[in-house]
Design a protein around this ligand. Sequence first.
Ligand code: BG6
Length: 307
Amino acid sequence: MNGRLMQELEVLGGEIRPASLKKCDEILIEQPGYRAAIALWGGHLESFVPTGQEDLLFQSENLGGEGRFSRRHFGVPVCWPWFGAHETQSDLPNHGLARYFRWELIEAGRFKNGDVKIVIRLASEDHPLIEEMWPQAFELRQVFRFSSKGFRINFSAANLSDQPMVISEALHTYFHVSDNTTTEVHGLEGVMYVDKFDDNRQTEQMGAISPCDTLDRVYESAPDGCQIVDPGLQRKLVVSTEGSQNTVLWNPGKKLAKKRTDMEDEDYRHFVCVEAANALDDVYKIPAGGIHQLKLKVRHKPLDLED
Ligand SMILES: O=P(O)(O)OC[C@H]1O[C@@H](O)[C@H](O)[C@@H](O)[C@@H]1O
């Protein structure tokens, strides 16, 4: 990292430190009211801890193994340029390539109102393997915005090739919850979903989602937000999105979690993934030279405070 960036980070009270995940650095930001960490491996926002509270994001103790496409379940993985399995090439990893490469810090500073701004980037030219996995040239950016109220991610994908690019994607947030059986997700009532754990059956959501257990659902034409209510931590996470058609809910449940070697047996009890996504029939085209944006905003509130 160059001296200017080091200085910008220092001025922010931030630091860069070596991390164990794929021996790749992470950026730490310590501010009055919160602490945040970004893993440059995969460009995951790893952790956001408001002072005096538990992390908003889940991190598995299991680092996921050493393989090139092994993955750790934590923070906010970026699934891009495909969501789920690759349509034609079964040897390519689930959920695209962006979470398997080292992103680069390109800016550290503040927004006008004092919120912290961190910008990271991944481009197709950064690694020969990326160009093998996805032949069209691109540049991805994530602009993180932090304040004591919560965090925002503005993800953008620029198509640098001369052909339209067909994309599916997600910001696959692992929200940390005290207990998945008592957690409730509100705001998706009345929305139709495809249930991947029930032969892709189309079902209408009746009431809030609870328990958040053994779920693999794609809510189609989902509203631009939902709330995660956690009675154990006495807090509510207010999630707002822009640029996504779907909300995906995922929790593997006890049986599947036990089968996985990249997850501890009890991990599923402490997270629910609520993902801002464009998947299934909502893949989209970025025109040649065009840019697409996907935005996520998360605010934490005490449970007894009404909006
Ligand atoms: O294990 P991965 O690749 O991180 O994916 C986890 C889950 O991610 C969810 O988004 C998918 O809907 C699930 O089908 C998938 O199992």
